[in-house]
Design a protein around this ligand. Structure first.
Ligand code: SF4
Length: 193
């Protein structure tokens, strides 16, 4: 869908790691309204309607830059060890991600609700990614990569933990957990319910 330059500009305030989801949410809203292009008004409307939490993220974290706690080095090349808060990642089901933009997970994080209640303002969500498809084929690779950025905790999305008609049990969940734990990363089972 076509975006006006002003609408593109309005989207720039959204933290980088959720910008894709916010963009999809705005376009979904535009489709519902039958709009042919995205205007700043539509961005504003979508923001007010249901993605305030995405737009309200506190920092624009780049996926390409390590955080200060990870493998940064000081002027003399020494490793920096100071770490203010915990670094969190959400891993979710690749199959479910085809129909779910992850807004409920993000809302729970931004509002520090449900499985994120214990986190404070210094804790950061540094990544939200899918498992890569059965059998969780990129979990090992991605967790290793995120460790360089100071990753402490992985939340497995609620859709991965459910076992009902809508969300059949993930047949690889035990192996996925084992892979993450083997890298010394804490696991929390669930995000928004
Ligand atoms: S491994 Fe589990 S979480 Fe990943 S796509 Fe398959 S069913 Fe979904």
């Amino acid at each position: 869908m076509k975006w006006t330059p002003q609408a593109e500009e309005a989207l720039k305030g959204v933290p980088g790691f959720v910008r894709g989801m916010a963009k999809k949410a705005v376009e979904e809203e535009a489709r519902k309204e039958g709009a042919e292009e995205i205007t700043p008004e539509l961005v504003k409307k979508a923001k007010e309607k249901y993605i305030t939490s995405l737009f309200g993220g506190k920092s624009d974290q780049s996926e390409d830059k390590p955080t200060s706690s990870g493998d940064d080095k000081g002027e003399k090349g020494e490793e920096k060890t100071e770490k203010k808060g915990r670094k969190v990642a959400i891993i979710r089901c690749d199959i479910v991600s085809e129909t779910c933009p992850g807004i409920a997970c993000m809302k729970a994080w931004n509002n520090r609700k449900i499985h994120f209640e214990g986190y404070g303002p210094d804790d950061e969500l540094i990544a939200m990614l899918t498992c890569g498809g059965c059998s969780g084929r990129r979990v090992s690779r991605m967790v290793s990569k995120l460790k360089k950025y100071g990753l402490d905790v992985v939340h497995l999305s609620s859709c991965m933990m459910l076992d009902n008609d809508d969300y059949p049990k993930c047949p690889h969940i035990d192996e996925i957990k084992k892979t993450i734990r083997a890298k010394g990363i804490e696991i929390v089972e669930g995000t928004h319910h």
